[in-house]
Write a protein that binds this ligand. Structure first.
Ligand code: NAD
Length: 420
């Protein structure tokens, strides 16, 4: 099952709960616009590169569309569509005034020089510039894209439309980025987990944690959780996993990764496989790498009581049902990793106002947004007897439906449950 199919299945469960008609489901799931472009550039060696770029704009009911750009060999239209749909529901759960979009380029950045990546990125901007913009669709970083890539996008777009810092978020601090954006997704994961533990009478210092993926999201989550006293027992990346039952010395792991590029080889830990990390006996498991990490093939091995989806779509629908039936709490992606898009919203607001916020303001507003979202979702789950994922989708669908109804006369066609 691909990402789009699994997102649609999770949506369908919530739509059943709300009694949405087939027609309304189609209207809410069909992307507003799908763009595919052919990107032809020169390689450093004088040859030609040929890549495909995508931007799927899923919904603009609640505001300008918002979502990351992923540079990865798995990027295609279905992938972008599934991720774009998740963004629509995520921005609604976080209650920030954006719709959803996603895109990227089917490429492997590890095989490209900086100059080649720059050419590919700026050519992509030239090809999609008419359909993005500060009030239309605002890209951001995702897998294999970073603040440098966002800086290139802002620069290229501004050549055509004049000074436009609000066209992308996740920009460098020296180029209208926001303080706190780099670590925002990890910080949001921490707030969501903390709320979950609070409801169980626990706090971060009580739990052991394993984290799959040590990029932007995984490494910031690990660092922030360790600072709050959580015992980070295992982390992994594409090179493999490292484990220390006493708790990894996180500043030392971060230093090792800064010097060596990967977690493998870190001296004060044992090496295990990435698959063994997922099955490690910990209280909290945080998939923070790619989609499809936990499926029917390995779900039985999961021993954690809580799984926090820092990555997008890391758990397949079958695995999700299995975890639910075993009483494992899953904090879903559209809630758990909403911190990134939330601080992207703060960055966009600062760009529009041309006024920079202090870090304390960014973090305290993020804290408020994430805890409120967690309480909204968990309150609905408790009231209607739903798992957190279905409750998050129900909440998001209602918010999007109400915005659609306020813009048009479709309100007559929506069931009362969706409007209340
Ligand atoms: P990244 O490119 O910075 O890091 C990805 C990490 O995953 C790397 O450490 C890589 O080595 C590791 N990885 C890849 N395949 C792996 C595997 N099979 N096993 C173990 N590790 C593996 O990407 P990121 O920005 O940290 O994004 C990670 C996830 O979080 C993605 O699903 C992304 O969509 C999601 N997300 C990111 C943000 C953000 O602000 N960056 C916001 C919301 C959600």
């Amino acid at each position: 099952m691909n990402m789009l199919e699994s997102t649609n299945l999770f949506f369908a469960k919530a739509a059943d709960h709300l009694g949405l008609s087939e027609q309304l489901r189609n209207m809410m799931l069909t992307p507003h616009r799908v763009v595919r472009v052919e990107i032809i550039t020169e390689s450093d060696s004088g040859g030609l590169y040929h890549h495909l770029g995508y931007r799927v704009q899923h919904s603009q009911a609640r505001g300008p569309m918002k979502g990351g750009l992923r540079f990865h060999p798995s990027m295609d239209e279905d992938h972008a569509s599934g991720l774009a749909s998740l963004m629509t529901w995520k921005t609604a759960v976080a209650k920030i005034p954006f719709g959803g979009a996603k895109g990227g380029i089917n490429c492997d950045p590890s095989k490209l020089s900086i100059a080649e990546l720059h050419r590919i990125t700026t050519t992509f901007v030239q090809l999609i510039k008419e359909v993005i913009g500060p009030t239309i669709d605002i890209p951001a970083p995702d897998v294999n894209t970073n603040s440098q890539v966002m800086g290139w996008i802002m620069d290229e777009y501004s050549k055509y439309y004049g000074f436009s810092p609000g066209v992308v978020t996740g920009k460098p601090l020296d180029l209208f980025g926001s303080l706190g954006r780099d670590e925002a997704t990890g910080r949001g994961v921490m707030y969501a987990l903390e709320e979950c533990l609070k409801q169980r009478g626990q706090n971060l210092a009580d739990v052991s944690v394993a984290i799959q993926g040590f990029g932007n999201v995984g490494s910031n989550t690990a660092r922030l959780l360790a600072q709050q006293g959580a015992r980070i027992v295992a982390v992994s990346d594409i090179s493999g996993a490292i484990v220390n039952d006493k708790g990894l010395d996180m500043p030392a792991v971060l230093k090792w990764v800064a010097e060596h590029g990967v977690v493998s080889g870190f001296p004060d830990a044992d090496a295990i496989s990435g698959e063994a990390l997922l099955a490690y006996k910990v209280d909290v498991l945080i998939p923070a790498a790619m989609e499809g990490a936990i499926t029917e093939d390995n779900v039985e091995g999961i021993q954690a009581d809580i799984v926090v989806e820092a990555a997008n779509s890391p758990i397949s629908p079958q695995a999700n049902d299995n975890l639910f039936s075993r009483g494992v709490t899953v904090i879903p992606d559209i809630l758990a990793n909403a911190g990134g898009v939330t601080v992207s919203y703060f960055e966009w607001s600062q760009n529009i106002q041309q006024f920079q916020w202090q870090l304390e303001r960014v973090n305290s507003e993020l804290d408020r947004v994430m805890r409120l979202a967690y309480k909204d979702v968990s309150g609905l789950a408790a009231r209607d007897g739903l798992d957190l994922r279905t409750a998050a989708f129900v909440l998001a669908i209602k918010r999007v439906a109400r915005a659609m109804a306020s813009r048009s006369n479709i309100g007559h066609y929506l069931p009362q449950a969706a409007l209340s």
